[in-house]
Design a protein around this ligand. Structure first.
Ligand SMILES: O=C(O)CCC(=O)C(=O)O
Ligand SMILES: [Fe+2]
Length: 312
């Protein structure tokens, strides 16, 4: 039998998201320095942390120059529009370097204790004015919470440019999963509208107006969005990288049903290396069987079933 290294860490989730975070922290008292402790406590309490000076001015300018020609002024929609470019890392080594920045990666290893996998970059020219959401609605994973975003300012961000906003503490809400909705209460879309309203009413709202080179790391379920643009002439240049962590199942929740074991799996391609990351159940190999409509069911390739060996 293997022994669990940190006894109080009983749930399979990042330790900074555990409901027993305080007792885990106590058990690690001697092994953390002051800054690590502050970082972990802040992430646990508020669902985000800010890192200063992640990127120097020359690297910011390199990214801005590389990405400039990739915006498509002819469209406001889609992966490459007049204000947003998805996966510019395929063309720009500087974009890929930021996604794999060692200071970001080592911070993520500390917070998540699994290998971080950057899987998507987004470069913005202006504000997005996106309504409040948690990224878990767009992509999610099993076990839950092994997902985060990192927002890096490529210029000083002005309050009138439509900055990123977030709702500290909202990461502790249950995740919204459309397939959990009770149709007798309302459609998933109706329930979701109510949730957006409640989150807005119930949590403080903070706007992020960083200096060039500052970064914000936010937890999978932290609600955030883009504030209204008050000055249309202002740019808001930034790079977001989304990260999964090794040993999970990665899927699109809007076409999946966890209770029924049906997933639209996401092909996770690691930024920079192009590696396809396998889906595993905490490291155990899985076989996917297509059931149509882009969905699959999953089974273990070998070994014991998933049934519990906990005595009745
Ligand atoms: O930058 C923004 O306005 C929002 C970005 C966002 O929601 C994301 O990248 O997940
Ligand atoms: Fe988002």
């Amino acid at each position: 039998m293997t022994t669990v290294a940190n006894a109080p860490h009983v749930f399979t989730c990042p330790w900074v998201e555990s409901p027993f975070f305080r007792s885990i922290l106590r058990s690690r008292e001697g092994s953390l320095d002051v800054l690590q402790r502050q970082l972990a406590e802040h992430y646990h309490e508020h669902g985000y942390v800010i890192l200063d000076d992640v990127l120097d001015a020359a690297s910011c300018e390199r990214i801005v120059a590389d990405v400039g020609p990739l915006f498509d002024p002819a469209t406001t929609e889609g992966p490459r529009s007049r204000y947003r470019v998805q996966d510019a890392w395929r063309e720009s080594a500087a974009v890929a370097r930021l996604a794999a920045d060692e200071r970001i990666l080592s911070t993520l290893r500390f917070l998540y204790e699994r290998g971080p996998v950057p899987f998507q970059t987004l470069n913005f020219l202006t504000g997005t004015q996106q309504m409040a959401h948690a990224d878990t609605l767009h992509f999610n994973c099993v076990p839950s919470k092994y997902l985060c975003g990192v927002w890096v300012a490529l210029e000083d961000i002005h309050p009138d440019s439509g900055p990123l906003f977030y709702h500290p503490g909202s990461q502790r809400l249950p995740e919204f999963d459309p397939s959990d909705c009770d149709p007798r209460v309302g459609s998933a879309a109706e329930v979701y509208d109510q949730l957006v309203r409640l989150v807005g009413e119930s949590f403080p709202r903070v706007e992020f107006t960083p200096h060039r080179g500052q970064a914000l790391i936010w937890a999978a379920n932290l609600w955030h969005g883009g504030a209204p643009i008050r000055d249309a002439k202002r740019t808001r240049r930034a790079q977001v990288t989304h990260y999964y962590f090794e040993d999970g199942i990665y899927y699109f929740p809007q076409n999946s049903n966890r209770a029924l074991g049906q997933f639209e799996l996401k092909d996770v391609v690691e930024v920079g290396t192009g590696r396809h990351v396998p889906h595993t159940l905490n490291g155990r190999a899985l076989r996917a069987t297509s059931i149509g409509n882009r969905r699959s069911t999953l089974s273990l390739v070998e070994g014991r079933s998933t049934s519990s060996d906990i005595p009745d």
